[in-house]
Each structure stands twice: as C-alpha cells, then as structure tokens.
Design a protein around this ligand. Sequence first.
Ligand code: GTP
Ligand code: MG
Length: 370
Amino acid sequence: RGEMTVGELAKLLHKDASEVIKKLLFLGVMATINQEVDLETIQLIADEFKVEVDLKLPVSEDPFEETEEKDEEADLQERPAVVTIMGHVDHGKTTLLDAIRKTNVTSAEAGGITQHIGAYQVEYNNKKVTFLDTPGHEAFTLMRSRGAQVTDITIIVVAADDGVMPQTVEAISHAKAANCPIIVAVNKVDKPEANPDRVKQELTEYELVPEEWGGDTIFVNVSAKQGMGLDELLEMILLVSEVNEYKANPDKRARGTVIEAELDKGRGPVVRILVQHGTLKVGDAFVAGTCFGRVRAMVNDRGRRLKEAGPSTPVEITGLTDVPQAGDPFMAFEDERKARSIAEKRATTYRQSQLGANTRVTLDDLFKHI
Ligand code: GTP
Ligand code: MG
C-alpha cells in the first residue's frame, strides 16, 4: 500500500520530483510523479538524501483518541488513587503489599480466594486505594514508553539495613520522569542494624528531603514483617490523594490499560486491566491493543464476579480473541463490529509505527531539520 506519491515525497524532502525519480531509478524502481511509494521506499530515498525521518504516526491518529467521549468538569467524580510500590531487590516490596492487603481487605470480601491479577484494592478509613503489584522496572518502562500512565503515587521502599541501592535510584528516576508524587517507605526498621536516618541522608542527594529537614517528601518508617507503620503509610497515601483530587468520569465507555495478559488453557486469552475512565460492563465490546472481544466474565482481585467496574478498579476479564501486551491501551465500544474495525485500524497504525521506530525525526519535524 502506498503512503504518498513521488511528488509529495519530493516536496517533503524539499527536492525536485525529477531528483527523486532519478534516485528511484538508481534503486531499480521505475516511477512517475504520481506513483505511490511505500514506507520502506520513503525511508530509502530519505537515506539517499541523508535526511532522517521518523514515520511514526502522531498520537492524534490513534482511533482511541478520536472516539473517547470528552469529559465535562461536572462529570468527574473522586476515584481511588493508583499506587505502585517500587524499590531495590529484597527491600520488602512484596511483603509490604501483602501486609497492607491482609489487614485492609473489605469485610464483604474477606475470605475470598486471592486471585493473582497484578493489582489489588484495599479499603482504609472508608476510602479505597488501588495498588499495582510491584511491576518490574522493565514493565514500568515499557508502559511509559507506550504512553501508559497508570500510577498516581509511587512508594519507594528502601530497606533501613541496606540503604539506597542502584534500583532505588532507578525507581526514583522513573517516578520523577512520570511526574508521580513519591512517598518513601523506610522498611525493616525492626532489624537491629536498621538505620533509617542514614536512608534519609542518602536520599537527600536525589532531592528527596524529609519534612523535618525542611523538604517536602513524605517518609514513613515501616516494618512490613511486623506490620508496623502501615496505618501511617495508608494515611499518607490518602493525604496525597486528597491533595491531588484524583478524578474520573464513571459514566462513559471504559478506557484503561492492560496490566498483564496470558493465554489460559481452559479460558482462552485472559487479560488483567486497570479501568481508568468510565465503567466496564459484562457484555461490553472492547479493544485491547490490537485485539478485540466482548467481556464474557469479569472478576476482581478477590475472585468475585463483577457485573461492572468503575475507575481505578483492577479486573480480570475473558472474552478476547487474542492476547494483548502489558501496557496496551484498552477501550470499550458500542458494538463488536466497531471494536473489530478499531482494532484493525490500530494494527495498521502499530505496524507503521514499528517501521519508524528506529528513526529520529517525525514527518512533521522534517521541515525543521533540512
Ligand atoms: P523482589 O521482589 O525480589 O525485588 O523483593 P521484594 O522487594 O519484594 O522483597 P520481599 O518482600 O520478597 O522481602 C525480601 C526479604 O526481606 C524477605 O525475606 C522478607 O521476609 C524480608 N523482609 C521484608 N520486610 C521486612 C521487614 O520489615 N523486616 C524484616 N526483618 N525483614 C523483612
Ligand atoms: Mg517482590
């Protein structure tokens, strides 16, 4: 399929059409000015003229962007904060999350079978908080590179007996790049060799200065193992949530992000998503990445069947035709036909963006660079 004509390409490259045709001939392609050239040829010709091009389509061409219903300020309602726990290996991320979860599961759901859905929701002081289960830093980077901003707050866990380590620094830079408020949880304070003040001292180098030292970073001393400091940590999360007023419109078609996806032998493709906008309902047609389907069944992190899921709710759903990737955007549509056509459109866009992935300048930028 042609992307543009020889004439258009020449114009874009600020060259004469005859020069482009000559180059094409040189490459063994007989072409006229109105002939369409594909992306690969555009790339080759650009190389010939030593012009860098990036054929990635602008975000504005993602059909998701055009089809999302826009929100009015009045439609927005408070939603739970989405919190990610990050930190160096063995500093206690999983233990901390387990401890928070064990003590703060809503009574209606206590005793439910724990599902592994990559995200959990707890309730504290009648407020819900959604936790993303320590995605590896690579998953976080992948999500960010795909433009998926799923986290509202990052908790950086630092073991008080070990101090700031390479992955701590990496986690801090991820959080800062994503413009995400940081709460530092200084963990393992139960250990005799724990030195929380040293952790604070070390973190000042990364512009994380505790309030008592004149900074504005929240530090909480915790022991995930002994369940110490968890209330304070949750209170701080709620405080940051209140200040930032996380909101979403629950009354529209759902939009969110794929957290995990896999092929289950019995159930087919299973996808765990975080609903970020709108409400997802059983029976809804949807697109995840370049895959489409219809929500057959939906369960929460306690294995409970749900009929619908609003903003900041992590759910596991079945009913897809294929397996999407972590970080893929997700959107519900009015019917399956629409979903299918949007999925196909996205697949084309995606292929094209793959083609342009290793070049630097966008077509829009071209003029500025030659
Ligand atoms: P990775 O997922 O491998 O990066 O590790 P993690 O950060 O999830 O650490 P994990 O929760 O697996 O804990 C690592 C070890 O530290 C385990 O042996 C825990 O029992 C121990 N640990 C975690 N929190 C505490 C704590 O507060 N006090 C003490 N004494 N040990 C802890
Ligand atoms: Mg872990």
